[in-house]
Design a protein. Structure first.
Length: 280
């Protein structure tokens, strides 16, 4: 995750009220943490708190870190389709500091094989990485803990519809290194599609979001990671996922394209086979 040394700092609130009872959750026990993130008012990148993102996943190919992802149920991790390869893959859950070898780190870390890779059927049909979403079915069922817990997804399309600010997290490239050892977090702004259309000479679909900041950006290695916001749902503060890091400039210069997760909720529910009542 790249942080710029200059630029305008944006001040805003990330906590919003959700319309309770208007939809259902894919996983009921989702989006909560042992130690919720501190309220951040400044757009900037920093080390995430250890327990604040238990849904984060490292996606591995042949043992090497290639992308990020998010745990959405006890059997599925969601990531970008561009992250999924034909060779054997694994995910690491419960990770925070990648290079840590202490007993505390190893006890929370869970390396799991991928049983099945499911890329959205429309991915690759356009030249702008549209439908950049994939699901990784885990070979074993995950037991939730302080370190490992799913993020919230909802079938309610109105939930968070007018969000302006999001959080992004990942272990991707920073301004000083190829990747970060410690999980990074930053705040990004939802920007009108026309700015990304001009920057990347494309026409974004409604299934894509244009997101950026003057001070930070997601970068190499952050692909597949979640774009999130905290909402009050059923009298609890929960973290919901609204986007997936897809692509941006090779310089990670403050503007990027994200998959709009809300546009794929029916596909996610049908593919995972969970909470079938959402399809009624």
């Amino acid at each position: 995750m790249k942080v710029f040394t200059t630029g305008t700092v944006l001040v805003a609130c990330l906590f919003l009220l959700a319309n309770e009872g208007s939809g259902a959750l894919v996983e009921e026990d989702c989006g909560t943490t042992r130690s919720p993130s501190r309220f951040r008012r400044l757009v900037n990148g920093e080390n995430a708190e250890r327990y604040s993102n238990p849904w984060m996943a490292l996606v591995l190919n042949k043992g090497s870190f290639i992308c990020s992802g998010s745990l959405i149920t006890s059997r599925f991790v969601m990531t970008a389709a561009t992250c999924v390869t034909n060779s054997p893959m694994q995910v690491i859950l419960g990770e925070y500091e990648r290079d840590c070898t202490s007993e505390k780190c190893s006890s929370s870390r869970n390396v799991i094989d991928i049983d099945k890779k499911i890329i959205h059927h429309n991915f690759g049909n356009t030249n702008q990485n549209a439908h950049d979403i994939a699901l990784l079915q885990l070979a074993t069922t995950v037991v939730f803990s302080d370190y490992i817990r799913p993020i919230c997804l909802s079938d309610d399309f109105q939930l968070g519809q007018n969000l302006r600010l999001f959080n992004a997290t990942g272990w991707g490239r920073t301004h000083s290194s190829e990747s970060s050892s410690i999980l990074q977090t930053t705040t990004l702004e939802n920007i009108h599609r026309k700015y990304c259309n001009r920057r990347f000479s494309i026409t974004l679909m409604r299934s894509q979001l244009c997101v950026g900041s003057n001070t930070s950006d997601t970068c190499n290695g952050d692909s597949g990671g979640p774009l999130t916001a905290q909402l009050t749902y059923e009298n609890r503060t929960r973290t919901f996922q609204f986007g997936i890091v897809s692509f941006g400039s090779s310089f990670c210069s403050g503007l990027g394209i994200y998959t709009n997760v809300r546009r794929y909720m029916k596909w996610i529910i049908q593919t995972t086979g969970v909470n079938k009542k959402l399809l009624n």
